[in-house]
Structure formats: C-alpha cells, structure tokens
Design a protein around this ligand. Structure first.
Ligand code: NAG
Length: 184
C-alpha cells in the first residue's frame, strides 16, 4: 500500500517537474506583408548560430487596440518532415489581439524571454492592452517549452500567424519548427 502511494507520488512529481518529452528547434521564419498595408514587420527576425536561437527585431507601426485588431493562427503538421503538410485541429480562429497575446504570447513566448535583457517587449499580464506601437528586440532566445502542451505532434510544424485590422490582413509571420523526441 505504502509502496503504491510512493510510486504514484513519484509519477506525479515526474510529470510536474520533468522537462517536456520533446525538443523544439527553429527551422525557418518567414515574414509576410499585408494585403494593402503592413502594420507588423517581422523581417528583422532571424535564427542564429548552431542552436538556431531567435534573434533580431520586430516592429509594430501603430498601437493595436482590442476592437479593431485580431490575430489568427493556422497550424500545419508534416509528421515525416517531408513538406507534406496537413492542417491541424488546434487552429486559433481570428481572436481579439489582446486576448491572443494574453493566451498565446504568455504561454509560448514569454517564458523564454527576460524583460530588459533578452527583450524590450513589455511584460504581458491580465491588464495588457492595447498592444503598443514600437521597435522591439529579441536577443538569442531558445524556446522554454515548460508551459507548452504535453501532447504535440513530432516532425515539422508550421504556424501561420496573421494580424488583421478591421478584417484586413496587415501582415504576419510564418514560423516553422522541428519537434523531436527528447533523447534521454
Ligand atoms: C542579433 O540581432 C541584432 C539586432 O537586433 C543584431 O545587431 C545582431 O548582429 C544579431 N546577432 C546575430 C548573431 O546575427
């Protein structure tokens, strides 16, 4: 009986404490322009070094309020990494921009950066809105995946992040990452 409890506890601790069972590496960043105007500029972002850290700058040309601006994220997966992409079910439909930052920037990006050190983008919290205008930098960051979902597909995953103003595409970024099982 005691033994069972100990095993259960260990199991629980393992799940809480342990690193994710996968590693993520940046394959490619591809900024794109808006339909008639571009308000978000990501072409200063690059992957650098052997570890393919994210580095560089991005620009928001104006403040983006929660009523007019939305963001969508389309996700595609190529399990064999051969470029044969299938749409994933976890897409994010056009969502008000501040909600999007509070949900997705906070979960997927913010744990990987340090304000004032590896980024000058402000800390996103519950009251963060509108999204500020500005020139922002990211210095050599690797993704900290501790807050990422436990279940992610292996292979190549492509995220198409599109910004909208009053329903019109105003630019965005395609992020391609490679997800492998962690070698233990
Ligand atoms: C990283 O980005 C900055 C601009 O934000 C640039 O000055 C620097 O050269 C970049 N580093 C590398 C290794 O490309």
């Amino acid at each position: 009986m005691k033994w069972t409890v100990a095993v259960l506890l260990l199991h629980l601790l393992h799940n809480i404490k342990c690193e994710q069972s996968y590693v993520v590496s940046n394959e490619k960043l591809e900024p794109f322009e808006g339909d008639s105007e571009t308000l978000v500029i990501f072409n200063g972002l690059k992957t650098v070094g052997r570890e393919r850290a994210l580095n560089g700058s991005f620009k928001f040309l104006g403040e983006m309020n929660n009523d007019d601006f939305k963001v969508s994220v389309e996700l595609y997966s190529s399990p064999n990494g051969d470029g044969d992409f299938k749409r994933m079910v976890m897409d994010v439909p056009q969502t008000s921009i501040c909600e999007c930052f509070k949900k997705f920037y906070v979960q997927f990006v913010q744990p990987s950066v340090k304000q004032g050190e590896t980024t000058n983008f402000p800390l996103v919290d519950e009251d963060f809105c509108p999204i500020p205008e500005g020139d922002f930098y990211i210095k050599n960051i690797l993704f900290n995946t501790d807050d990422w979902p436990q279940q992610v597909p292996r292979g190549i995953v492509k995220a198409i992040i599109t910004f909208f103003n009053a329903g019109k595409n105003v630019g965005g970024l395609i992020v391609v990452v490679k997800i492998d099982d962690r070698q233990s």
